[in-house]
Design a protein around this ligand. Structure first.
Ligand SMILES: [Mg+2]
Length: 409
C-alpha cells in the first residue's frame, strides 16, 4: 500500500477547520482534521510534509510521525507544523483501520469500555444558543443538560473580568459577581451535575489562586488553565493552593511539554487536544505517561467533527480516560452538514464508533460546496539534512528538498 495523494480541504463558512485526506493506491482515503488557520496548515502540508508522504506505506505511522516531527523540529515543534502533523496522523490511522477492516481502538489494543461519560462545553450554533441561554438562565441551562442525561458541564464564569486588568488583578466584588450564576446553580441543582471551570489561560498566579480558592466551596470538578501553562512550577503552586484538581492543558504540545506537568504532579487531570498535540499516535503516548503517574486524562474537544471521532477511539481504549469533552451546539448543530455518520451520544455517554477506521467520512456534497477550498500534493520528494558553510565558516544545518530531477534545493 502506497500513498498517492495528500489533500487539504476547508470551507469558508467554518473558516477555522482544516481536513487532510490521504489517498492510497489501493483505494483507501484516510481523513484527518485540525483547527485554526487552515491556510497555514495547508501550506505546511503541501510545502513540507505532503511530498515526503508520497510513495510511503501508511502502515508505518510511528516512523512517519517521528520523521515529520524531526522535519518540523528546525522550527521547534508547535504551531501549524504540529497541527498539520496531527491531522496527517489521524488520516493514517483511518487508512490502516480501513485496510484491516477494524476500528482504530482495536488497533490501539482494543476496548477498555464501550462508552465514555461526556461533559458539555458551552457553545452556540443554530437552535442551540447555549452561551446566551447560560447567561440569561444559568439554572435552566444546566437543567436542560440534565434533562438530556448529561451530568457534567464546563463553564467560564470569570472570563469577562480578565480583560479589564490583563489578568493581573481580580477584586472580591468581581469574584462575587462572576460566581453568582454558579451559586444559583449549586443552590437549585445541588450535586445533580458536576461543574468544571476553564480560565482560558488568562490569569496571573495571585488572582488565579484568589479565584480558585473562592470556588472551592462549590466542589468543582476541576480548574482548567486558570493560568497559562508555560511554567510547571507555577502550576504546582496553584495546585497546592486549590482544593479542586488542576487540569492541564489543551495548550501543551506533545509528550515533551506534558512531561513536566505530569511528573511534578501539577497536572492532576491531563487534557490533551488530539488535533493539536500530535494526533492519535502522540495522544496514546501522553495517556500512557499520565497513567504511570496514576493520573486520568480528559481529551479536549471544542472543534470539528473528526476530532470527536478520533478522541472516541482513544477514550474507548486508554484505561485512564476520565471523561470526554463534547459540545451539543456542534454535534447537534452542524456536524451533520459535513460527516456521515455523526457521533452517537446517549444518556450522557459517547458510544464507541462503529465500522473500520474512524467510523465516519466526509459527505460527498462537501466537495460541491461553493465555499470549499481544495489543494492536493501528488509529486513526491524527500527532504534531506544538508550541511553548508556560512561566510563565517561555521557549519550550519538545514533541511533541503531532494527534488526528483536531482537539483538540490
Ligand atoms: Mg480549555
Amino acid at each position: 500500500m502506497q500513498i498517492t495523494k495528500v489533500e487539504t480541504v476547508y470551507v469558508d463558512e467554518f473558516w477555522q477547520m482544516c481536513w487532510v485526506r490521504i489517498h492510497t493506491d489501493s483505494g483507501e482515503i484516510g481523513l484527518g482534521e485540525t483547527w485554526y488557520l487552515p491556510k497555514s496548515v495547508a501550506a505546511v502540508v503541501h510545502e513540507l510534509f505532503g511530498p515526503t508522504l508520497i510513495g510511503r506505506d501508511p502502515m508505518d505511522r510511528e516512523g512517519i510521525w517521528d520523521e515529520l516531527f524531526k522535519l518540523a523540529g528546525i522550527f521547534t515543534y508547535s504551531g501549524a507544523e504540529l497541527r498539520a502533523l496531527s491531522a496527517i496522523d489521524i488520516a493514517l490511522w483511518d487508512i490502516v483501520g480501513q485496510a484491516l477492516d477494524q476500528p482504530i481502538y482495536n488497533l490501539l489494543g482494543g476496548k477498555t469500555r464501550d462508552k465514555i461519560r461526556i461533559y458539555n462545553t458551552i457553545g452556540s450554533y443554530g437552535e442551540y444558543q447555549d452561551n446566551e441561554f447560560e447567561q440569561k438562565d444559568p439554572v435552566g441551562f444546566l437543567q436542560s443538560l440534565i434533562d438530556e442525561g448529561i451530568t457534567a458541564v464546563k463553564a467560564y464564569y470569570m472570563a469577562p473580568y480578565a480583560a479589564e486588568s490583563g489578568g493581573n488583578f481580580v477584586s472580591a466584588k468581581q469574584i462575587k459577581e462572576g460566581l453568582a450564576p454558579l451559586a444559583k446553580q449549586r443552590k437549585a441543582l445541588g450535586d445533580q451535575i458536576e461543574i468544571a471551570h476553564d480560565g482560558g489561560g488568562q490569569w496571573a498566579l495571585a488572582p488565579a489562586i484568589r479565584i480558585t480558592q473562592a470556588m472551592d466551596e462549590y466542589d468543582m470538578l476541576w480548574q482548567e488553565e486558570i493560568i497559562h501553562p508555560v511554567n510547571a512550577e507555577t502550576h504546582l503552586k496553584l495546585a497546592q493552593e486549590t482544593k479542586a484538581p488542576i487540569c492541564a492543558a489543551e495548550r501543551l504540545m506533545t509528550r515533551f511539554e506534558f512531561r513536566e506537568y505530569i511528573e511534578n504532579g501539577s497536572a492532576e487531570i491531563v487534557m490533551p487536544d488530539l488535533i493539536w498535540t500530535g494526533g492519535i499516535t502522540e495522544t496514546k503516548k501522553i495517556a500512557t505517561m499520565a497513567d504511570t503517574y496514576q493520573t486520568p486524562i480528559a481529551p479536549h474537544d471544542w472543534t470539528g467533527p473528526i476530532n470527536v471521532f478520533a478522541c472516541a477511539h482513544i477514550s474507548m481504549n486508554a484505561p485512564n480516560v476520565m471523561i470526554q469533552e463534547t459540545n451539543r451546539a456542534y454535534y447537534k448543530g452542524w456536524y451533520d452538514k459535513f460527516i456521515e455518520p455523526n457521533i452517537v451520544i446517549k444518556d450522557g455517554y459517547l458510544l464507541a464508533p462503529e465500522g473500520p477506521g474512524l467510523g465516519t467520512r466526509l459527505k460527498d456534497d462537501v466537495f460541491n460546496r461553493s465555499d470549499v477550498n481544495i489543494q492536493e500534493t501528488t509529486e513526491g520528494y524527500k527532504w534531506e539534512a544538508t550541511g553548508f558553510k556560512d561566510p563565517g565558516q561555521k557549519v550550519s544545518h538545514f533541511f533541503a528538498p531532494n527534488v526528483p530531477d536531482g537539483q538540490d534545493g
